[in-house]
Design a protein around this ligand. Structure first.
Ligand code: AMP
Ligand code: ZN
Length: 133
C-alpha cells in the first residue's frame, strides 16, 4: 500500500520519531504550524479514527493519553488537538492521525482558528436536531 505513514511506521522512510509503542507512533510534522507540532498515529492502517475497531481504539487511546502527559511535560501545557476527517476537512494523508499543536501565546491560537462564525438561529438548530432523531 502506498501510504506515507505506513512507510514511516515500517521504517522505510525517515521521520523525527519522538515516541513509539506497540499501537502508536508520534513524529514531528514536516510542515509544523508551531515549534513542536507532532502527529500521533495508530500503527495499524485505518483511514480515519471512526474506522478503528473497538479493541484497537482502546489501546490507542491509552497510549495517546500517556503521550499527552509526556507532551505536556516536555513541550507545552497549552495545545490544540485536531483531526482532519475527509478531504473537505483538509485530510491529505488517509492514514488516521491526530495533530498535537502546541500554543505558546495567543497569536498562535488566532493564527490557527481564524473562524468565520455566525450566530446559531432556531431554524438551523431544529434542522440539525431533526437529523439526530
Ligand atoms: P492532514 O491534512 O491532517 O492529512 O495532515 C497531514 C500532515 O502530515 C500534514 O500536516 C503534513 O505536513 C504531514 N506530513 C506529510 N508527510 C509527512 C512526513 N513524511 N513526515 C511528517 N509529516 C508529514
Ligand atoms: Zn497507512
Amino acid at each position: 500500500m502506498d501510504c506515507v505513514f505506513c512507510k514511516i511506521i515500517n521504517k522505510e522512510i525517515p521521520a523525527y520519531i519522538v515516541y513509539e509503542d506497540e499501537y502508536s507512533i508520534a513524529f514531528l510534522d514536516i510542515n509544523p504550524i508551531n515549534k513542536g507540532h507532532i502527529l500521533f498515529v495508530p500503527k495499524k492502517h485505518y483511514e480515519r479514527l471512526s474506522n478503528m475497531d473497538l479493541e484497537y481504539s482502546k489501546k490507542f487511546y491509552e497510549s495517546f493519553q500517556k503521550f499527552l502527559k509526556i507532551f505536556e511535560e516536555k513541550i507545552s501545557k497549552d495545545y490544540n488537538i485536531i483531526v482532519n476527517n475527509g478531504k473537505n476537512a483538509g485530510q491529505a494523508v488517509f492514514h488516521a492521525h491526530i495533530h498535537i499543536i502546541p500554543q505558546y501565546e495567543n497569536e498562535g491560537y488566532k493564527k490557527l482558528f481564524n473562524w468565520n462564525t455566525h450566530k446559531l438561529n432556531e431554524e438551523e438548530a431544529k434542522e440539525i436536531l431533526e437529523k439526530f432523531k
